[in-house]
Design a protein around this ligand. Structure first.
Ligand code: GLN
Ligand code: ZN
Length: 769
């Protein structure tokens, strides 16, 4: 190979594209189908039309090889479960009766049958359905969907490459079937699974696939030698097949580390590597193994999961380094474009100059094509694009939005002491006890109360101009009044205002902070038909005025009991937004923390004695590789403390996290130095209480006694039993009584009953002390 021939062959490709369509047609069609308003035929036609439009868009932009099979009615991991015939027993009858309905039953459950569990796709905000596998799992190949979609694309005259979840990642993402003996490792099924992949590959080849992509993102996580061995075996066996297309194994989201030599040496024809998240590490590792002689390297140089315009010259430099390391170097995004919105062209409210800093899926496609052209034909053939790109990057770098000197000098002046409370926890606890006068086992909630139809209608009405601000605020006040009245009557000890004014716990603050951008159409799939519009942390963050004080004050005016102020913490503000790529995450977190610190101070000055700063995303933002955890947790916990530590000793700081597993971050939870933490615990029978106790966690904690993910109302006896379990780990002086999370998604009837039972349980158990 020569660098010159590798360059001349450069082509543009992507691994996947947003599924929903310009006007979220897919969401509407699927939800219509669920409600019986759209027929299966109409749904299929909508889906086929969306696929065609997407491919055509990609081809028109100059993408040489389009992906197929990345489309999904719900989730591509669930599609893989169907492809390998791993339908759980409880869903078999439904799938046999009607494949489409059975598919949705696996995704969403039915009245009688539970769905598959859902969890986050690596460190993105996309959720996949977790395969359930056991020693008795029998795999059977069903290549129907993959073959059909490939056939559609080929019929359009396009070069197409099916994209599949690879067998190793599929098994590593699976969990043992419920009820299977603990310790079962799905990876032991590899030898059973590979023949099924072989069959699918043969079918795809017969259908005309030259290449097939097998996605193995699980190999960018820390893997044991046994797991790496499995990967080696998988690709040795698949590579040895005679009746197969060329294979491209794809990795993304981080560095391949020890898995890189395994994949580089595997007898497959290509490797796709992420050169954004961990460019330097992957470059070094690739060079260390002597490159990929005789192979195709797909270089993910354009960030596939963030929304900033690419630095084309930087990407070209990376690509130039890669030439000579492979037979052919193709250009792509780092991962599927599923994780970014479709098109900046749909945005009307963002200033045109700022919009030029952003690249959504369509714009990224163009960047990829430009880079491939520059690589293949020389950079002078893309001189105009490079000049425009340079101007956009310069405009962003020099904008006062990007750099606010006041914010910067304040952040630079932060000292270690700013992130420390003025007194130890023991002293604070005594001061808070005296100040708040709460009973043992105090009862509270996590913040939100049911978001009624009236509130949603009012919010939509305000946006559409049907009602004015005054009318909207009357509605919000009425909601707060109802929430406060109910809590007083129910006998809760620390009240909340119920968050009726918040559409979303991140967006609400993003809309009020300078430096954040909101999109009108920047929808990204979270799971199934649920799409979110993450705000964009675009510039330096400041708080022009108080964000929550008015509503908290209004709530406080209605009651004599303490009302908790309610804020979203810096880590969660970052985790559920698109983040800046021009400074370390920790710097952005610190700016957000300082803005929150001012809000905390204003709440306190207005008389709020209990302030909760939610960090549900603390654990989910953990980097994929353990070696990166400590650095992350250092800035994350520092940002939290910075936002909360300016208060008086007798002001009580709460935090809240949900997710059943906390064992690996107990030290970080401790490092937050919050006075009280509420955690999801009901389903795990207070597991977290035991974990906190084992760690010697010294502060107060409220492991949830009400599972708010279920419409079920726990009885007082059930809640009391959980409390007694909690008391076995946490002494009564430090145990709080609360639900697992906010009540926003619940109805009023069940919320009323559940909270009344919760208070009754607290009273019963107090009586036993
Ligand atoms: N305070 C928020 C609420 O109650 C917390 C939500 C969350 O943890 N996801 O809605
Ligand atoms: Zn929660």
């Amino acid at each position: 190979m020569t660098a010159k021939s590798a360059a001349a062959a450069a082509r543009a490709t992507v691994y996947g594209y947003p599924r929903q369509g310009r006007n979220r047609e897919l969401k509407k069609a699927i939800e219509g189908y669920w409600k019986g308003r759209v027929t299966a035929e109409a749904l299929r036609a909508t889906a086929a039309e969306l696929r065609r439009t997407n491919w055509q868009q990609l081809a028109d932009a100059g993408i040489d090889e389009v992906p197929t099979g990345d489309f999904s009615y719900y989730d591509h991991v669930l599609d893989t479960t169907v492809m390998v015939g791993a339908v759980p027993d409880r869903h078999r009858a439904a799938v046999a009766a009607n494949a489409l309905d059975g598919y949705f039953a696996m995704a969403r459950g039915t009245r009688d049958v539970a769905p598959l569990e859902m969890t986050k796709w690596f460190d993105t905000n996309y959720h996949y359905l977790v395969p359930e596998l056991g020693p008795d799992t029998v795999f059977t190949a069903d290549s129907g969907k993959q073959v059909a979609e490939l056939t559609e694309a080929l019929a359009l005259g396009l070069a197409a490459r099916p994209v599949l979840v690879g067998p190793v990642t599929y098994l590593l993402l699976a969990k043992p079937t419920p009820g299977v003996a603990a310790g079962f490792d799905p990876l032991t099924l590899l030898d059973r699974l590979l023949p099924v992949y072989a069959e699918v590959l043969a079918d795809l080849r017969a259908a005309g696939a030259e290449w097939v992509q097998l996605d193995e993102p699980a190999l960018v996580q820390d893997r044991t030698p046994a797991e790496l061995n499995a990967a080696e075996r998988a690709y040795r066996d698949l590579g040895a097949l005679t009746d197969r297309p060329k294979l491209l194994t794809a990795s993304y989201f981080d560095r391949l580390g020890n898995a890189l030599p395994v994949l580089a040496k595997a007898p497959v024809e290509g490797l796709a590597v992420d050169f954004t998240e961990a460019a330097a590490a992957n470059l070094d590792a690739l060079a260390a193994v002597g490159g990929l002689p005789g192979k195709r390297l797909v270089a993910g140089v354009v960030n596939g999961r963030n929304i900033w315009v690419d630095d084309l010259e930087k990407s070209l430099a990376t690509l130039a380094t890669l030439l000579g390391l492979a037979d052919r170097v193709d250009v792509s995004a780092s991962c599927s474009l599923l994780h970014v919105p479709l098109d900046t062209g749909a945005e009307r409210d963002i200033e045109p100059q700022i919009l030029r800093w952003l690249a959504f899926a369509r714009q990224k496609t163009t960047e990829i094509v430009t880079l491939a052209k520059g690589l293949a034909q020389g950079t002078d053939t893309i001189a105009a694009e490079l000049a425009a790109n340079r101007a956009d990057l310069a405009s962003r770098a020099s904008s006062p939005i990007t750099r606010d000197p006041v914010v910067r000098s304040r952040a630079a002046a932060v000292t270690e002491a700013d992130g420390r409370r003025s007194q130890s926890y023991a002293e604070r606890a005594a001061a808070q006890r005296a100040h708040l006068g709460l009973p043992l086992l105090p009862t509270t909630t996590i913040g939100s109360f049911p978001q009624t139809g009236e509130v949603r209608t009012a919010r939509a009405g305000l946006r559409a101009g049907r009602i004015d601000t005054a009318g909207y605020e009357e509605r919000i006040k009425a909601e707060i009044q109802e929430v406060i009245n109910f809590q007083e009557k129910a006998g809760l000890d620390v009240l909340v205002h119920g968050e009726p004014e918040r559409n979303d716990m991140v967006q609400y603050f993003a809309e009020q902070l300078t430096g954040y951008l909101a999109t009108q159409h920047g929808w990204v799939q979270s799971y199934g038909t649920r799409y979110v519009r993450p705000p964009i942390l675009a510039g330096d963050i400041s708080r022009p005025e108080p964000m929550t004080v008015r509503w908290t004050e209004y709530a406080r005016s209605l009651t004599d009991r303490p009302v908790k102020g309610m804020l979203t913490g810096p880590v969660t503000m970052l985790a559920w937004s698109f983040v800046r790529d021009d400074q370390p995450l920790g710097d952005t977190a610190r700016q957000v923390a300082l803005a929150l610190r001012d809000e905390v101070a204003d709440l306190e000055a207005a008389g709020t004695s209990v302030i909760q700063v939610d960090e549900p995303a603390l654990r989910e933002t953990l980097p994929l590789r353990a070696a990166d955890h400590a650095a992350y947790l250092a800035w994350a916990t520092e940002a939290f403390r910075l936002s909360t530590s300016g208060v008086r000793p007798d002001t009580q700081i709460h935090t809240h996290m949900c997710y059943a597993e906390f064992g690996d971050i107990v030290q970080a939870i401790d490092d937050l130095d919050a006075d009280v933490i509420s955690l999801e615990a009901a389903r795990s029978h207070m597991q977290v209480a035991r974990e906190l106790a084992a760690h010697g966690y010294p502060r107060e904690a409220g492991p949830g006694v009400y599972d708010i993910h279920s419409p079920r109302v726990p009885s007082a006896a059930e809640a009391a039993a959980l409390l007694r379990t909690g008391l076995a780990a946490i002494p009564a002086e430090r145990l709080w009584v609360n639900p697992d999370c906010g009540l926003k998604t619940r109805g009023w009837a069940e919320t009323r009953a559940a909270l009344e039972n919760l208070v009754a349980a607290a009273r019963t158990v107090r009586g036993e002390l």
